[in-house]
Ligand binder design. Structure first.
Ligand code: SF4
Ligand code: SF4
Length: 112
């Protein structure tokens, strides 16, 4: 199947900002320091109203992401998905992931 049929769904509402996905990806793909297959960015904390704060992390795959093709061809999960202890990353068919994307906000769907 073409890689473009598959993607990553990241439910960043539950992302803790632990950076495990970044590290796992860099080790698996031997990515040099300063470059990323996936990068976790922090937004906030910002006060957006009385006693209301915005503070979240968003992991974003980059052009170095190949959706862990070697692993997935062997039936394994991408290493970022495998190492995410918040279980907020999922690999699968874009068609299926898009249905889950509709379930609630604060998610990112990535495809090659
Ligand atoms: S799917 Fe693989 S290559 Fe892509 S961000 Fe995750 S670990 Fe890196
Ligand atoms: S491993 Fe999971 S919880 Fe940790 S930064 Fe990445 S997506 Fe967020």
């Amino acid at each position: 199947m073409a890689a473009s049929e598959y993607g990553l769904l990241i439910d960043y509402n539950w992302c803790t900002g632990c950076h495990s996905c970044e590290m796992a990806c860099a080790v698996e793909h031997d990515i040099p320091i300063g470059q990323f297959g996936i990068r976790v960015d922090q937004f906030g904390p910002w006060e957006i109203g009385p006693d209301k704060w915005s503070y979240f992390f968003v992991p974003t795959p980059t052009d170095l992401c190949d959706l862990c093709s070697e692993r997935t061809e062997q039936g394994k999960k991408p290493t970022c998905v495998h190492h995410c202890q918040a279980h907020c990353m999922e690999y699968g068919r874009i068609e299926d992931l898009a249905k889950k994307l509709a379930n609630h906000p604060k998610q990112v769907l990535f495809a090659l």
